[in-house]
Design a protein around this ligand. Structure first.
Ligand code: COA
Length: 553
């Protein structure tokens, strides 16, 4: 029984590679070759297998860490047999090229560089970590392309991994030696590059990092082809085809995409399932991810969808094909209403309740006050009564006089009663707010609402006139309709819709009698208010409107 630290093997030169999944946990008994972690660079995703079986004592990494060769992954308790096997395999892995060999290799490119002239470089398939006859699923370059060092040349895919093969040098693509669907193995020719000046080298150009064999591998000739920088010279059991832990974001194994595409998608928070692939055989490309993000940003800018909602935009239609059209510029207020309504509708879980208030007596009283109103120079409409009744209901049912706090943990209870009134203006809908409605009388409210409505129609409202509302009244009573479902004016949590009062036959217990009935609706934010709260609020408000003497209580 021995405790060993299992380190990150040779990553083919890649450094600081992200841990995207930890596949084991402390206490777990694992077998040799079982995946410990999944690492992902911008060029490859790879599962790191355990070199031996045993029991995981402790983890040394977590998701999001960046690892390099030699970093500890975990502590493993191994039994006697495995411990011996390990020392043998360690002995093998130590058969690394001598320093002298490495130095020789490192010096070779320098000679070429000294020449300063451009030369041709045949880029071969690098070490594929033991895989053989791997399919080329994408050729990323065309003849004549200028490529930079590290740019992807082709994408190869085995049953265990997909890997982008980077160019070992900057240069111009002279010839492409394979096509999609070809099967290639280590050493097969990929592309012929014209490499200029300092970076010029021959086919046998080596990168020092490519000369060291991978952990667990037997010693190999240091003269082998350059290895892709971030592709692990690990084994076949490495990249078990893409990233599992990033599935929620990058679409999972059902999505056909290479590591760099998945990484880009993960970085940008793009769910690949929502995209249409444009690559060969339904493969996603980096451009698919970028175009998607661009489209979403454009949609958000144009107000067609809310940010990150994932709601598909309404398709653009060329209406001119159906007849004569005119393009009319939206006013600033119309655009604000568009955005505010869209935001409220998408954020607030709405419920709307309906009721009718018997305003027969209210109307009798209001009409009886007409002469007095004229004397005072105000018009007494049903609106001031609705304001007073709403204020009374907000007092009686304080769960309506709140806003949800942005921290998601609190509601803000308001000890004041300011009510907004939706006003239809030529520029669009505006909602001036009447302050301290509970403290004002009907005449004052009639004067103030008329004044604010006039200011709104004249475009003279100041931002302050439209702030601080606790509740909104939207009255279409002068226009018509039996009822409607108003949208909550967030961050308020409720709104009342007023439709047109009509005389209707109402059963009084013994006969039908004509009563003036006012159809009302209340929409509320179900995150803050429950149906029973609304039932109480609404019933109380309707009772006040039906008997305005209650306002005196
Ligand atoms: N039922 C029947 N008649 C009604 C009524 C109702 N619910 N509400 C108002 N009326 C009557 C008024 O009594 C008045 O009649 P009168 O002159 O015979 O007394 C007439 O309709 C016009 O009233 P109005 O001048 O519009 O005043 P108001 O105080 O009722 O309304 C506003 C003021 C600002 C609310 C209103 O002018 C307005 O702009 N409404 C539109 C709001 C809107 O667009 N909401 C939709 C948001 S999506």
């Amino acid at each position: 029984m021995a405790i060993e630290i299992i380190p990150v093997p040779d990553l083919g030169g890649a450094d600081k590679v992200d841990v995207i999944e930890v596949c084991v946990e402390p206490g777990q008994v694992i077998e040799a070759e079982q995946s410990l972690v999944v690492l992902e660079s911008d060029k490859a995703s790879m599962e790191i297998p355990s070199p031996k079986g045993g029991k995981v004592v402790s983890l040394k990494v977590k998701e999001g860490d960046a690892l390099s060769e030699g970093d500890a992954i975990l502590e493993l308790e191994i039994d006697g047999d495995d411990a011996e096997a390990t020392s043998e395999s360690e002995a093998k892995t130590e058969e690394k090229p001598t320093e002298a060999e490495q130095e020789t290799v490192a010096e070779e490119p320098a000679e070429a560089a000294d020449s300063g002239a451009s030369s041709e470089q045949l880029v071969p398939v690098p070490d594929l970590g033991g895989s053989d006859s791997v399919e080329c699923i994408e050729v990323c370059v065309a003849v004549g392309d200028e490529v930079g060092e590290g740019d992807s040349l082709v994408v190869l895919e085995s049953d265990k991994a997909s890997m982008e093969i980077p160019s070992p040098s900057a240069g111009k693509v002279l010839e492409i030696k394979l096509k999609e669907g070809d099967k290639v193995s280590e050493g097969d020719a990929l592309v012929l590059l014209e490499v200029a000046g300092a970076s010029a080298s021959s086919e046998t150009k080596k990168e020092p990092q490519a000369t060291a064999p991978a952990a667990g591998e037997a010693s190999e000739t240091p003269q082998k082809a350059p290895e892709p920088k971030s592709q692990p010279a690990a084994k076949e059991s490495l990249p078990a085809a893409q990233t599992q832990s990033a599935d929620e974001v990058t679409g999972g194994a059902s999505v056909y995409a290479g590591p760099s595409v998945r990484k880009l998608a993960r970085q940008l928070g793009v769910d690949l399932n929502k995209l249409k692939p444009s690559g060969p055989r339904g493969r996603f490309t980096n451009d698919d991810v970028r175009s998607y993000v661009k489209q979403v940003l454009e949609d958000v800018g144009s107000g067609r969808v809310s940010s990150g909602s994932g709601i598909p935009a309404i398709p653009e239609v060329d209406f001119a094909q159906f007849g004569d059209i005119e393009m009319v510029k939206m006013s600033k207020i119309a655009k604000l209403t568009r955005d505010n309504m869209c935001r409220s509708w998408l954020n607030v879980p709405h419920v709307t309740q309906f009721d009718d208030a018997d305003i027969t007596e209210l109307e009798d009283f209001r009409k009886s006050m007409k002469a007095e109103a004229e004397k005072r120079g105000v018009k007494l409409t049903p609106l001031p009564f609705l304001l007073k009744a709403a204020a009374a209901a907000l007092e009686a049912e304080p769960s309506f006089n709140v806003s949800l706090h942005a921290d998601g943990e609190h509601v803000v209870k308001k000890n004041y009663i300011h009510i907004g009134v939706a006003v239809d203006t030529p520029m669009g809908l505006m909602v001036p707010v009447i302050r301290d409605v509970d403290k004002k009388g009907l005449w004052e409210l009639a004067a103030e609402s008329a004044e604010l409505a006039a200011k709104a129609r004249a475009g003279k409202l100041m931002p302050r006139d439209m702030q601080g509302g606790c509740f909104t009244i939207s009255s279409l009573g002068s226009i018509g309709g039996n009822g409607f479902t108003p949208i909550v004016n967030a961050p308020e949590v409720a709104i009342m819709g007023v439709s047109k009062a009509q005389v209707k036959p109402v059963w009084n217990g013994s006969e039908f009698v004509p009563r003036n009935m006012l159809p009302l609706s209340v929409s509320y934010d179900h995150r803050a208010i429950n149906g029973a709260d609304c039932g109480r609020f609404f019933t109380y408000m309707v009772s006040v409107l039906s008997d305005i003497r209650k306002l005196l209580l």
